[in-house]
Write a protein that binds this ligand. Structure first.
Ligand code: PLP
Length: 386
């Protein structure tokens, strides 16, 4: 489906709402019916009906169609956060006695889901590096039900060969799920590479303005309907109509914002890599990246999130550098209009800092929509001060 059509027209039945260009926020918890028979039909298939907003809602349905189409998927389920999308879906797929293979160094709360929450309910997980598909082969058990990917990993940027992993999973009847927040469907299409379920934190690039939390899962209608009718309706992670409207607004400019973030990250990673105080830059589209061939094969571009470390990576130097930035903000999250840094040492006490541990040294950077030279000037003065 044409990208411009998806972003500007798909799902928007404007004749139903005064030909308004911007769709209405249908701020209603419930919907009325003409006859008992109509109500009965809605109750029998809530996945398709607008009955009650813990299930479906007209504003959300516009977004649902667009996000499914962007992924080349049959349907989408919307959630009030990215981690709700991950957790509810995983809970829906797994039962006590099942085994999961998940990549190590995934998004922190995803790792905790497998390590702690699901473990509590009798699900075991093997964490693998995942850069070689044989990591999955070696970890597989007879009770392996799910393979969970995040490519690139938003901590180490390591990639998994999606096609190889899904081919292996299909052969053994294992469901595959991937977190595609980093690339969005514009830069990576996991469904076409064989993945069953694709999750995104829509808080990041889809929303794009640091003003809304949301998540989405796309996949086959049959799988999503089953999740919706059971765990989704039972756990109640529905998105609000106002949040859906903000995401629809964000989507209009997604290609522009993503490309800008990508192009600026290209310029800034090159500048940083050439700086005398910088030891290493980690970004899937940099020349020195360990998995360049795979990045070029399965990604059409890269998100603007990367990490770098200083040659002199003392705790104080890293802290001084971050504290010296004047325009780039110190904050978690990414995907918005504003550039951010978040050093690993923000999660490490000074006494526990290991100067040789890369997971302690990294300074994570997100490049937003500002002029790249404006950002370079800020990095330059902060590196000098540090
Ligand atoms: C932020 C993030 C999430 C969680 O999304 P929330 O919207 O914050 O709940 C999941 N995966 C990745 C890669 C993320 O960056």
């Amino acid at each position: 489906m044409n990208l411009s059509f998806i972003l500007n027209e798909l799902g928007e039945d404007r004749e139903n709402y005064f030909n308004a260009i911007s769709p209405p926020i249908v701020q209603s918890s419930n919907f009325a019916f003409e006859t008992v028979d109509n109500l009965r039909h809605a109750l029998a298939d809530e996945f398709e009906a607008t009955l009650y907003s813990r299930g479906q809602n007209p504003t959300l349905n516009i977004l649902r169609k667009k996000l499914a189409a962007l992924d080349g998927a049959e349907d989408a389920l919307l959630f009030n956060s990215g981690i709700a999308a991950v957790s509810v879906t995983a809970i829906a797929l797994l039962k006590a006695g099942d085994h999961v293979i998940a990549i190590e160094n995934s998004y922190g709360w995803t790792e905790r889901l497998f390590k702690h929450l699901l473990h509590k309910f009798g699900v075991t997980t093997t964490f693998v590096k995942g850069t070689d598909y044989r990591d999955f082969e070696n970890a597989a058990q007879t009770n392996t039900r799910l393979i969970y990917l995040e490519s690139p990993s938003t901590l180490t940027y390591q990639l998994q060969d999606i096609q190889e992993v899904t081919a292996f999973a299909k052969k053994h009847g294992i469901i595959t799920m991937i977190d595609n927040s980093y690339c969005t469907p514009l830069f990576q299409q996991p469904i076409a590479l064989g993945v069953d379920l694709v999750v995104q934190s829509a808080t990041k690039y889809i929303g794009g303005h640091s003003d809304v939390m949301a998540g989405v899962v796309t996949g086959s209608r049959q799988m999503l309907k089953k999740i919706f009718e059971n765990e989704f309706m039972n756990l109640g992670p529905a998105l609000s109509p106002h949040a859906a409207w903000l995401l629809l607004r964000g989507l209009r400019t997604l290609p522009l914002r993503l490309n800008r973030s990508f192009e600026s990250a290209k310029i800034i990673t090159q500048w940083l890599a050439a700086h005398s105080a910088v030891k290493e830059v980690l970004w899937p589209f940099s020349n020195t990246f360990a998995q360049t061939d795979l990045a070029q094969k399965q990604m059409q571009g890269s998100g603007g999130l990367f990490s770098f470390c200083l040659k002199d990576s003392t705790f104080e130097k890293i802290e001084n550098f971050c504290n010296s930035l004047q325009h780039i903000l110190l904050a978690v999250s990414w995907g918005g209009h504003e550039s951010l840094v978040c050093p690993a040492i923000a999660s490490v006490a000074a006494a526990n800092y290991e100067v040789k541990n890369p997971l302690h040294q990294y300074i994570r950077v997100y490049i937003g929509l500002e002029d790249p030279q404006y950002l370079i000037d800020d990095f330059k003065q902060a590196l000098e001060k540090a």
